[in-house]
Design a binder for this molecule. Sequence first.
Ligand SMILES: *Cc1c(COP(=O)(O)O)cnc(C)c1O
Length: 415
Amino acid sequence: MSYETVREADPAVADALEGERGRQNDTLAMIASENHVSEAVMEAQSSELTNKYAEGYPGERYYGGCEYADDVEELAIDRAKELWGADHVNVQPHSGSQANMGVYLGVLEPGDKILSLDLTHGGHLSHGHPANFAGQVYEVEQYKVDEETGYIDYEGLHDHAEEFDPDIIVSGYSAYPREVDFERIQEAADAVDAYHLADIAHITGLVAAGVHESPVGVADFVTGSTHKTIRAGRGGIIMCDEEYADDIDAAVFPGSQGGPLMHNVAGKAVGFGEALAPEFEQYAQQTVDNAVALGERLKEHGLSLVSGGTDNHLVLIDLRPSHPDTTGKEVEEALEEAGIVLNANTVPGETRSAFNPSGIRAGTPGLTTRGFDEDACREVADLIYKVVDAPHDDDVVAEVSDRVDEMTNEYTLYE
Ligand SMILES: *Cc1c(COP(=O)(O)O)cnc(C)c1O
């Protein structure tokens, strides 16, 4: 995409946009929640639909002139139904957090109880952290992973549910490298007559492609993001059975949002269409194969992975066993200097702070979009290890940076 017109109108913004394109082209995006969409998705997102008010839903809008808005929203909905096999889909949430908000508002009353995974164990702010509205409006208790194994403590969750008697149990996580057993969590929810919200924000694409078990048809509500493992542009989505359709739709609009971002809904339609093509299954499988290869090589270097490995698109490295004096933030900063962009992350049993935690999280969705295979990811693991082992050695960082330059030139991204 060219920013010629922006440049003419506004050189300062054009500088920033071109800077960002250059940054994405020239670095390895390994933040597990990030990816790179196609030019087609970006073009749809920058369409005239940004001008259009379309409050309501297809065929029942509060404004005139919505025939094309209806077309794109219907395309997005139909494609989503095909991708995930859901009865009812709402494609209007502006983000994954707002999708969760839609579910809470749709079926809970203020003061109701949420049982969700602890943030430092891989949960998400929108699952009831005190800094998020969900933690302020609802009563929240949190379950944990087993700190020995790194896996969800399903039995502990079951017991916790019996004790706390929640109105809703939230599954689905931000920094959990293993397959989630949604059926097992559904059993815990059934035992206490609670709703089950499966938030698949991170694995939306993996579930669509069938490389991760699906909670659709198991959990009452499934929320997702459209920009992590599926490349449909920034946004959220809610799926549920027909019986909850009206409550969910009303909670999104007018409950918590105004006019939908129809240009983003158009991006979702295009990205979902791309994900229906057979190549998407290969992409999703390659994303997982790449994460496994990355993790195995990191382990060969002596690094410790939470849960010992991965089943999905991300690995979580606990630096404490191998590098007790090195923090996640130090490694994040040194790696960014070398052109590998990922994030410091808390680990189960965290002994430092959330701002300077003991772990780093690394994902493969972005690298896989660039065309990286397992061999390339093993080499990336070698590069990461070099920096983890010597984050303050300028020569090492420079050497890794040179190799990253070569790799990003070989696996090109945006023109
Ligand atoms: C990323 C994520 C979300 C959505 O985040 P937004 O930034 O609001 O789109 C929701 N839940 C989980 C578990 C996530 O990891």
